[in-house]
Design a protein around this ligand. Sequence first.
Ligand code: DQA
Length: 142
Amino acid sequence: MKLLVIHGPNLNMLGYRNPKYYGSFTLEDLYDELTDHFLDVDFTFFQSNFEGEIIEVIQEASDDEYDALLINPGAYSHTSIAIRDALEIIQFPKAEVHLSDIEAREDFRKIDYMHEVVDARFMGKQIDSYVEAINFLKDLVV
Ligand code: DQA
């Protein structure tokens, strides 16, 4: 499976963020863990703090290039109708992931513009949220 993994704002700061929600690993550690865990997945990783860059990467993701898409939009989950609309166009399997449980935190995090336009949402289990999401996508792709 060729998988595009997109991370939104402040996720490049993993390792410095509140460990209660985000653990103490870095984004590179997360990439390494996923790469080691899923030897049969061909990963492309992208992170940006800019909404428009994320939208452009989603727009350019064609199904010739990727089989599935996984996104942790960070705080844009709660604000970005534009990223939601870009995700809606994607015709291949897509999942949303969060390290923390956004339903169990501040009320503003309960607003999630993404989850209606993805096939599934995984959250609250830190790296295991990603593992569950990738297993789900693998089942959809084969
Ligand atoms: C997050 C949750 C968001 O509310 C927050 O803004 C993030 C990370 C998560 O992975 O738990 O930056 O998406």
